[in-house]
Design a protein around this ligand. Structure first.
Ligand code: XMP
Length: 510
């Protein structure tokens, strides 16, 4: 493919955002660590250098050899990338005297510059840097400044190399996406053809070619990623895709039956396996959160393995891995150590299951998975489902797990989640759920003293689950939900609402 952008990652927290913004422009992008420059650069039509926590003045400053790129392909340096282009090419970078974090406004030095097409002077941009570019290299033209940053944007004459001190990838840079579009479309001449429909067509053709008439096994979880992966594969290989949907007894109320029906309605070749008793037996008496997780992971593999063996002659294992799980991230120190996040929707499979792995979504960001899902005609409600942890309600029942506690929490959770939907709040919340606490408290119902369970409700807003804040749900909604729970769920006499952010708390209580 010629129409790709290479994003060289110098370890910035925003590198993935650059990738996403470029994809939002319907242009395909790939992120690679700065020290793993692809050998074949002919695949890429333009290159973007990311920011970095490092300083170009430091001993640990990284400066990969870009001689095969600079002057040969359109190149854009962002923040550290811009400082890199200045410092190692005849200019100079110094420690900044004023704080340069947050909002700033562009003023153009050179008018009618295609790089700033459709961007008005005064446009708000986002700065986040401790160093500043003092002197530009020779043969460069200053394009824009801000109040505190003289050299905010510049270009090298005679080549398509641009450098910007601000971050076009963050939402606070109002015209950031326009700037990226100007660079990629106006200057690099790229085509905006990376659409969900195009992805589906191309991927289905590739899967057909790769898998032929061999059989594939896939573990469905009810979540967005595994569902979209299944529908894509089903489109490519039909009944040769064998889906397994395991009930671990820790799903939401009626979830197993409802989701299974939905899958069948989509024409998927899916087998529902109710292994609730097996999971709950193995979890009995266990209170430690990590042991609970491990037990569930182990039992899942056992169940999945048993079921896979029933599919004769299966050659492939499909997984719903997505791009953020496979991007190699550069360590914050910029050093050579690489952290590769690995992710297995099926909890990591034993070696003896000698299956080839196919991951049709591994180049997609989460929002793209949803767009591809929509283009495949998957139900909107299914695509918009909140994330739900693999260990399910096990990590929302604090302390040991019993079938009675699971039943109580399923009822509480259903009242909360159905209420969010009725009040039109569900889509405004990133994730919500209820926790069953391991304490009883005193209450009074009628003339009777009660001594029953307490539940905590949690609703958070977030973009990726890494940080989160509690949602300011309307008091009237909380009041009604609390009433419903206490009146309708025997064994619960108190409801509290969790108002902790992450960090320092986490989303789940265990
Ligand atoms: P925390 O509690 O770490 O959760 O703030 C962040 C996100 O991860 C989900 N989560 C899990 N997902 N297995 C999963 O598949 C787990 O063990 C697990 N623990 C937390 C959580 O629901 C939230 O979306």
């Amino acid at each position: 493919m010629q129409n790709k952008v290479l994003i060289l990652d110098f370890g910035s927290q925003y590198t993935q955002l650059i990738g996403r913004r470029v994809r939002e422009l319907n242009i395909f992008s790939e992120i690679k660590p700065y020290n793993k420059l692809p050998k074949d650069l002919s695949e890429y039509k333009a290159v973007i250098l990311s920011g970095s926590p490092l300083s170009v003045r430091g001993e640990d400053a990284v400066h990969p050899d870009l001689s095969e790129i600079r002057g040969k392909k359109p190149l854009l340096g962002v923040c550290y990338g811009a400082q890199y282009l200045a410092h190692f090419h005849g200019g100079s970078v110094e420690k900044s005297n004023t704080r340069e974090y947050g909002r700033a406004n562009l003023s153009f030095i050179k008018e009618n510059e295609p790089f700033f097409d459709k961007v008005d002077t005064g446009s708000q941009v986002w700065m986040s840097h401790a160093d500043t570019i003092k002197h530009l290299p020779e043969n460069t033209t200053l394009l824009a400044s801000t109040h505190d940053v003289e050299n905010a944007a510049f270009k090298f004459e005679g080549e398509e190399t641009y450098a910007i001190q601000f971050h076009p990838e963050v939402y606070h840079s109002k015209d950031g996406k326009q700037v990226l579009e100007n660079f990629l479309v106006n200057i690099a001449g790229m085509e905006q053809t990376w659409t969900p429909d195009a992805f589906v067509d191309k991927t289905v053709a590739e899967l057909k070619e790769k898998i032929g008439d061999e059989k594939v096994i896939l573990g469905l979880s009810g979540g967005v990623d595994s569902t979209v992966a299944a529908v894509l594969l089903h489109k490519a290989i039909g009944k040769n895709l064998h889906c397994i949907f395991v009930n671990n007894g820790l799903l939401r109320k009626n979830e197993f039956g409802d989701v299974l029906k939905q899958y069948e309605g989509m024409g998927l070749n899916v087998k529902g396996v109710d292994a609730s008793a097996r999971f709950l037996d193995d979890l009995a008496g266990e209170s430690d959160p990590e042991t609970k997780r491990k037990t569930i992971g182990r039992v899942f593999i056992e169940v999945f393995d048993d079921e896979s063996h029933l599919v004769e002659n299966a050659k492939w294992l499909a997984q719903g891995t997505i791009y953020p799980d496979v991007i190699e991230s550069v360590s914050a120190t910029g050093g050579p150590s690489q952290t590769i996040k690995s992710h297995h929707n099926v909890g990591g499979l034993p070696d003896y299951m000698k299956l080839k792995v196919v991951e049709p979504l591994k180049m997609l960001f989460k929002d793209e998975v949803r767009r591809v899902g929509a283009s495949l005609g998957i139900d909107k409600a299914l695509l918009g489902r909140h994330p739900f942890p693999g260990p399910g309600l096990a990590i929302r029942i604090l302390g040991d797990i019993t079938p009675e506690k699971v039943a109580i929490l399923q009822e509480v959770d259903a009242i909360f989640i159905d209420g969010l939907k009725k009040w039109d709040l569900y889509d405004k919340v990133w994730q919500a759920g209820a926790m069953l606490l391991p304490v009883n408290s005193v209450g009074v119902m009628g003339d009777e003293r009660t001594y029953e369970k307490c539940v905590a409700l949690r609703a958070v807003e977030s973009t990726d689950g890494m940080t989160a804040d509690w949602v300011n749900l309307p008091y009237e909604f909380l009041q009604k939900t609390s009433n419903d729970i206490i009146n309708k769920v025997p064994g619960v006499n108190r409801v509290v609402y969790d108002i902790s952010s992450k960090p320092p708390a986490t989303i789940e209580w265990e």
